[in-house]
Design a protein around this ligand. Structure first.
Ligand SMILES: [Zn+2]
Length: 158
């Protein structure tokens, strides 16, 4: 075990409250400069073998897949980061980072300056299996560049 870091007094960077877009949303509690780390996306961790053995349909939009094949399920034991709604022009992004003991983690960062009171958004860029399509996950983010779905746009040629 390593010594616990000294913690600065915690000022909440975001609040969770009802969103005009969908359900609950996360909103900036203070003005946030571009590049602010809001926190880690936490939840129950599943390795690739566990992922393959499970039926995920009901909690899909709380799941984050990492490049090492593991999944984080923010719907189980997750923190407030799971309340960031999807938008096609997001003001935040999830970045893979190496945490304690080199474990891969997801950090949520602002992409641009966000004013206090603005809702915080991620581009979920969902991947779906062959039985589902982009129309099963419609987006109503209201952006003029809305692509109409929370599913990732395929860059592969058909
Ligand atoms: Zn949209």
């Amino acid at each position: 075990m390593t010594a616990a870091p000294i913690r600065a007094p915690r000022t909440p960077l975001l609040h969770v409250r009802p969103s005009g877009v969908h359900g609950l949303g996360a909103f900036a509690a203070v003005d946030l400069p571009a590049g602010t780390k809001l926190g880690r996306y936490t939840g129950r961790r599943f390795n690739a073998v566990q992922v393959a053995a499970m039926d995920w349909d009901s909690t899909l939009t709380y799941l984050f897949g990492l490049s090492d094949g593991t999944l984080i399920d923010g719907g189980r034991g997750g923190n407030e980061m799971r309340h960031l709604n999807h938008a096609c022009e997001p003001n935040c992004e999830a970045r893979e980072e190496h945490g304690a003991r080199g474990r891969l983690e997801l950090g949520i960062h602002t992409l641009r300056e966000v004013r206090a009171g603005e809702e915080l958004f991620l581009d979920y860029a969902l991947t779906v299996d062959a039985a589902e399509g982009p129309g099963d996950y419609p987006c109503r983010c209201g952006s003029h560049r809305c692509r109409g779905t929370m599913v990732a746009v395929s860059t592969e040629a058909a």
